[in-house]
Design a protein around this ligand. Structure first.
Ligand SMILES: Cc1cc2nc3c(=O)[nH]c(=O)nc-3n(C[C@H](O)[C@H](O)[C@H](O)COP(=O)(O)OP(=O)(O)OC[C@H]3O[C@@H](n4cnc5c(N)ncnc54)[C@H](O)[C@@H]3O)c2cc1C
Length: 387
């Protein structure tokens, strides 16, 4: 009997799971790995702020990466899950059966604020970034409001201000940019934004209009373009299928990354609520890839009748670009609190580029040497705490 493993979503986490599974089962005919993704092209989300100002993204395709592993690729949009019948609907028309499912559909910008869906742009895909790049290139003067002072907002505002000095860029959000960094690194972020001419405003956007954003407490900011980077949300697919999800709709996993309600389902990346001793992981590439690898190893151990190991992960850095020529790398404790040490300037730019470029070669290495993907900081005492 062939055991069918279906990986939903070939982003940073799903791809890591798929390659790890495929590489370890290449010569086995008792396991079949199939990867489903909405697009054939791998989306380098970490590069989308740069793509939004015209940088060409590399043509990285999922079938190319899987080539030679024996894994199958299905291009299509997952439209429903039936965890009891163990099937997945693709594009409302095809049904794929599975024995084990890896749920890695990621998250998108949370555009639930009124008007955001209709009038704001997002950076969820290469196409979003390319459309924004075209719009910005056609705008000689005017105001771009970047809503959301998180790291994606900071990176996007800095990129746009640097590439389009004729535009007025307003970075607008509830929190302080660089809030999670140490005071010196945070001050560096502020100075860089000021140097680039980005106006930083602490305010909450309550509505997006065709030509402005409305703020809590009254007042508006006129905008020719609004880029929405504030918060993320996951697809309601898992919740609709009856999987146990958290308050944000993410699949709740046990220590081995298995759904707590459906043992045939594993969840990874932004779509999963993965507990560690210090709290639930927040969406990053640095945690998503290890989670993908770990889920693959858990599945294979369970297949062999061995007890899967606990997933333990500790954060180690937050690299943030500030345009193409400046960056900050905040080193962190395993629970993501900032350490005193950080890098700035050209060395930080180089560090950030190495990190951003690393996933694809990492997958390539894993294809040949699966064990090479299994190295990440386990978090020491921070992840030893009982759940
Ligand atoms: C602009 C931007 C910049 C970022 N910068 C950084 C950074 O510098 N460092 C960092 O660590 N993190 C960064 N992040 C966060 C990081 O990109 C995410 O944490 C990471 O992508 C999560 O990986 P994932 O595999 O869970 O989801 P994703 O990488 O989003 O992959 C999900 C995949 O599922 C596919 N998919 C979704 N729904 C469906 C469906 N219904 N059917 C079929 N396929 C579907 C998508 O097309 C995608 O390929 C950034 C995010 C954004 C938006």
């Amino acid at each position: 009997m062939t055991h069918r493993i279906l990986v939903l979503g070939a982003g940073y986490a799903g791809m890591a799971a798929a390659v790890q599974l495929a590489a370890r089962t290449t010569r086995r005919d008792d396991i079949e790995v199939t990867v489903v993704n909405a697009r054939e092209r791998f989306t380098e989300r970490l590069r989308l702020p740069m793509a939004a100002t015209g940088r060409q993204l590399a043509e990285l395709t999922i079938p190319d990466l899987l080539d030679g592993t024996g894994a199958h690729f299905v291009r299509g949009r997952v439209t429903a899950l039936d965890p009891d019948g163990k099937t997945v609907r693709i594009d409302h028309e095809t049904t794929l059966p599975y024995d084990t499912l890896v749920y890695g559909l990621g998250a998108v910008a949370d555009t639930t604020v009124p008007g955001a869906d209709a009038h704001a742009r997002t950076l969820d895909s290469a196409q979003d970034a390319e459309l924004l790049a075209t719009r910005l290139a056609g705008l000689r003067h005017g105001t771009v409001v970047v809503a959301g002072t998180g790291l994606t907002g900071v990176e996007s505002a800095a990129e746009i201000a640097e590439r389009h000095p004729g535009l007025h860029v307003v970075l607008l959000g509830r929190g302080e940019p660089g809030a999670a960094m140490n005071p010196k690194a945070r001050a560096y972020v502020h100075a860089a934004l000021e140097r680039l001419g980005v106006e930083v405003r602490r305010a909450e956007v309550v509505k997006v209009l065709p030509d402005a954003v409305e703020l809590a407490g009254g007042g508006t900011v006129a905008a020719d373009v609004v880029l929405w980077t504030s918060g993320t949300r996951v697809a309601p697919l898992a919740a609709a299928a009856g999987l146990m999800v958290d308050e944000r709709g993410r699949v709740v996993t046990d220590a081995t990354l298995r759904s707590v309600s459906h043992p045939d389902v594993y969840a990874v990346g932004d779509a999963a609520a993965i507990r560690q001793g210090y709290g639930t992981l927040h969406g990053t590439c640095q945690s998503g890839m290890p989670a993908g690898v770990h889920a693959a190893l858990s599945i294979l151990r369970a297949r062999k009748g061995k007890r899967p190991k606990e997933f333990r992960f500790g954060y180690y850095h937050t690299p943030v670009s500030l345009g193409r020529h400046d960056a900050v790398v905040q080193f962190t404790h395993p629970d993501d609190r900032p350490r005193r040490i950080h890098l700035t300037g050209r060395i930080a730019v180089r560090y950030k580029e190495v990190v951003t470029a690393s996933p694809w070669p990492t997958y390539g290495r894993m294809k040949k040497m699966p064990a090479s993907g299994a190295f990440w900081p386990r978090g020491g005492r921070f992840t030893r705490v009982a759940r």
